[in-house]
Design a protein around this ligand. Sequence first.
Ligand code: HSE
Length: 413
Amino acid sequence: MKNSKKEDIDMINVAILGYGTVGSGVFKIINENNSHISRRAGDEVKVKYVLDLRDFPGDPVEDILVHDVDIIMEDKDVDVVVEVMGGVEPAYTFVKRALEAGKSACTSNKELVAKHGAELLALAQEKSVNFFFEASVGGGIPIIRPLIECLTVDHIEEIQGIMNGTTNYILTKMEDEGADFDTVLKDAQDKGYAERNPEADIEGYDACRKIAILASLAYEKQVDFEDIYTEGITKITTKDFDYMKKIGASIKLLGIAGKSDGKRYAIVAPFVVYDDNPLYNVKDVFNAILVKGDMLGDVMFYGKGAGSLPTASAVVSDVIDAVKRHGYTAKIHWSSEKRDIVGADSIATQYFVRISGDADALKNKIEGSFGQVEFIESEGNGEIAFITKVLSGAEFDKAAAAFDVVSRIRVSK
Ligand code: HSE
């Protein structure tokens, strides 16, 4: 493969950085589906090294396990480095070194890609190798390659995605079983669907990195994840879901990149999703990403957004792609120039709102502040619930200031 065009069948050596959930999946897939993968790649693909700080006595990886990354970086026969360690460092340093050494790099690491994607793509271009990251968004779901290779005709008008399996599982259980957030989170942790430290998932940080990557690819310029308004699911209650049943809707944690009043925005937050939206039926740990193109219309990508083999399957597809390119770099439009996006104050949506107090006494005051709203039957439980007209974040805050707001959730288009 390397930096020259070759016609002969060759041995492609892969090094895997990190033998965790995804790394062990990559090792297994390359070994178990080897003849198929090698035929598709056009060259024989072999795992030459696995890097990890730990030892794995008795594991098939034992003979090729190394603890020193220099062995991989200095071995000219390593063609592709698979980075599946997670976190920005040392992943960033290792991937940069690999690209500088003329090796292609494939990663599932959304923190790395969101922060350094543009720079690493430019470096790959300079070195005539490839930097691929299909698994960094949506795990095993093909979304990056369709976006950059198939939907190239369209202007991407909007991307809406359920991009975090843990939170989708929690929200589904709250909706279907009426269990509260803390109980479902604990159950998810016991089943291994949620981390012991679940913050990155439940506070929306994981989904934020993923929508930052998709927005950067759709807008072709760097969207900084730090600029994306991010709200998690910790304030969602079973009572919110009771109202959703009355209006034929659900609540999903969405990452959205779109336009509001002609200005680009990105946001991660819980959204009310009506049953005519294809994302409504995406349940449990499944992910789905709905892309709206100006020519194509809507297209949705659905599948397993996490897990060892689904995620590793996407990583190995990147390895095959890198091998097939024989030293030609894929043109991926993502410049490091910053794409400014507007903040939550300027994002216009409808809102689902619950306000504490006597419903009859509040109705006129609510319409005085919010304008015309659609009230939802609340069964006299000391509160009133309604859906607003489309309001910017700033307009909503102004209208809501005079009330005791129990809950407010944006409504997806
Ligand atoms: N914690 C993530 C999720 C894993 O729940 O979707 C994949 O990024």
